[in-house]
Design a binder for this molecule. Structure first.
Ligand code: CA
Length: 100
């Protein structure tokens, strides 16, 4: 019996990628369900280098990291990560639309 291979859609791949990126950085300190400040910093540096550089140059890096920690736990959980990614994606969308 031959099972049909179903290719994931672009959106499904994006969702899997988000889960994988969160897990990759969250597990570096053994607490796999949250990102510490150091893990968030490394994630931003490696996965969003332009944003990280801009934040460093404007000395806003600390404020951005604090703002991303919605419940002020000192750690970023997956929901906070997704809120941050969603907000940044909306900003990208507005920038892309304003250039047309
Ligand atoms: Ca962690």
């Amino acid at each position: 019996m031959c099972e049909e291979q179903v290719q994931p859609t672009a959106l499904e791949l994006a969702m899997f990628t988000l889960c994988g990126v969160f897990r990759k950085y969250a597990e570096t300190d053994g607490r796999t369900d949250t990102l510490s400040k150091a893990e968030v910093r490394l994630l931003l540096k490696k996965e969003m280098p332009q944003l990280f550089k801009a934040a460093q140059e404007n000395q806003e890096g600390g404020k951005i990291l604090e703002a991303l920690d919605i419940d002020k736990s000192g750690e970023m959980d997956f929901k906070e990560f997704m809120v941050a990614v969603s907000c940044l994606t909306c900003i990208c969308q507005s920038i892309c639309c304003s250039k047309k």
